[in-house]
Design a protein around this ligand. Structure first.
Ligand SMILES: *Cc1c(COP(=O)(O)O)cnc(C)c1O
Length: 239
């Protein structure tokens, strides 16, 4: 197999320009949008190239694959985001390794994360994943389960966990207006939760991937998770 290394610097440049253009046309400051480079199923060499090009935030979706990569880049002081479904028995690996978790979807997981974060003496920035596509193969809570889950999480209470906002994966396939409508719905959910529960720090919206980060930014995304557009197609060694 002949495999040409993607030009990570050029790809990052192109994505950053697209972010700036989208933010400008939405009347937003591009500094409000954090680019999370999704490096799952990509070799460490490509992460190193992205780091050399100034990228700081990276996303991984399985613990098994992430831990050796985190170890390798430990001294670079990167910010790691766990974006995949997290099994409860892996929660103890989050504190000390990941700054952000994008996929909280149950009280049990929240309780475990709180316990490990407290033991570790760190605080985890946490997003609740909302399943807007109602795709049963995906994680996340259904839209109508969001407020009940937040009530439980806030009632607990859970030291070491900071609820920061929502994460969603856009519907697929979907055209531009459908994507905009779906992302606008997530923004409205965040606003409603923030107000209802009086959470001034519940400000974040993780939405938008390689194919749909522009409409996500138009609708208020503050964290976008972009893999393919930076690193090229993923290897399929691991699902
Ligand atoms: C893989 C993945 C991404 C990145 O997808 P691309 O289409 O390659 O940009 C974003 N979010 C989640 C949750 C993912 O699993």
């Amino acid at each position: 197999m002949i495999c040409t290394a993607p030009d990570i610097t050029e790809n990052l440049q192109r994505v950053r320009e697209a972010i700036a253009t989208a933010a400008r046309s939405a009347g937003r400051n591009s500094g409000e949008v954090t680019l999370v480079a999704v490096s799952k199923r990509q070799p460490a060499e490509l992460i190193a190239a992205a780091v050399a090009a100034g990228q700081r935030n990276f996303g991984e979706s399985t613990m098994q694959e992430a831990l050796p990569k985190l170890e390798r880049f430990r001294s670079d002081g990167l910010v790691w985001h766990f974006i995949g479904h997290l099994q409860s028995n892996k929660a103890r690996f989050i504190p000390g390794n990941f700054t952000w978790l994008h996929s909280l979807d149950s009280l049990t997981l929240g309780q475990r994360l709180s316990r490990f974060a407290t033991e570790h003496g760190s605080v985890l920035d946490t997003l609740i994943e909302v399943n807007i596509a109602r795709d049963r193969a995906r994680g996340g809570v259904a839209h109508e389960q969001l407020a009940p889950l937040m009530e439980q999480l806030l009632h607990a209470p859970l030291p070491g966990i900071r609820l920061r906002g929502l994460m969603a994966i856009g519907p697929h396939p979907a055209n531009e207006p459908e994507l905009r409508a779906a992302f606008a719905q997530v923004r409205a959910l965040r606003d409603a939760c923030r107000q209802r529960f009086g959470l001034s720090g519940f400000t974040e919206l993780s939405m938008g991937m390689s194919g749909d980060f522009v409409p996500a930014i138009m609708e208020g995304a503050t964290l976008i998770r972009v893999g393919t557009a930076i690193f090229g197609a993923r290897g399929d060694a691991q699902a």
